[in-house]
Write a protein that binds this ligand. Structure first.
Ligand code: AMP
Length: 213
């Protein structure tokens, strides 16, 4: 089974993708994570996209399509969760073609609906463990009072360079302009389901699992 998690920045796509990886052994393909890794390791592509990402704009379709193609090859036979991809109609068409070339297809596209006001608060209050990547949020899931990650005990936490209000506004605009047309596109293909992304993480998970069942 292959699924797309669709939703605005801070909508909870990454959190739910990680749960599906743990519970169902699916493979998470997050173009945001791949681009951040390229940026951190200072590859030519990473250096090229750094400023665009920090500003909250979209990187070019060709770069992310190549990243996805590479990962589909590497994880051949896996069940994929596309997280943060596709973000444009050109990417959606490319994904369709890539999956068809592998003899497979998308089964579900799940739109995570979250109110804009909640998004800005979520994004500006989130951080991740610098070692295991566990996510925290000052409001809903604070870092334990002893200052150590509850999963791995590490004491170093990171915030994303684009998780500030200015970049967030640009990311949200990019979502409405470039990505939200995919809701209609996938609805027309009879693949779309929508879940409330504002409720507790566990409830969102249950809604997603009931779409997949
Ligand atoms: P994310 O972690 O999904 O919020 O992505 C972080 C940033 O990476 C975005 O604001 C874009 O600059 C870039 N990015 C991630 N995925 C894509 C994509 N599918 N298309 C274009 N840019 C992307």
């Amino acid at each position: 089974m292959n699924i797309v998690l669709l939703g605005p920045p801070g909508g909870g796509k990454g959190t739910q993708a990680k749960i599906l990886v743990e519970e169902r052994g699916m493979v998470q393909l997050s173009t945001g994570d791949m681009l951040r890794a390229a940026k951190t390791s200072g590859t030519a592509m990473g250096n090229k996209v750094a400023a665009v990402m920090d500003a909250g704009e979209l990187v070019t379709d060709g770069i992310v399509i190549d990243l996805i193609a590479e990962q589909l090859d590497k994880n051949s036979g896996g069940e994929f969760i596309f997280d943060g991809f596709p973000r444009t109609l050109a990417q959606a068409d490319a994904l369709d073609a890539l999956l068809t070339s592998k003899g497979t297809h998308l089964n579900h596209v799940i739109e995570m609906q979250v109110d804009d006001k909640a998004l800005v608060n979520r994004v500006t209050s989130r951080s991740t463990c610098g070692s295991c990547g566990e996510g925290y949020n000052e409001i809903s899931k604070p870092i334990p009072s002893n200052g150590s990650c509850s999963k791995c005990g590490n004491t170093d936490f990171q915030r994303r360079a684009d998780d500030n209000e200015h970049s967030f506004r640009i990311r949200l605009m990019a979502y409405y302009k470039e990505t939200s047309p995919l809701i209609g596109y996938y609805h027309a293909k009879n693949l779309l389901s929508s879940v409330d992304g504002l409720v507790e993480i566990k409830q969102v998970k249950e809604s997603i699992l009931s779409v997949l069942s």
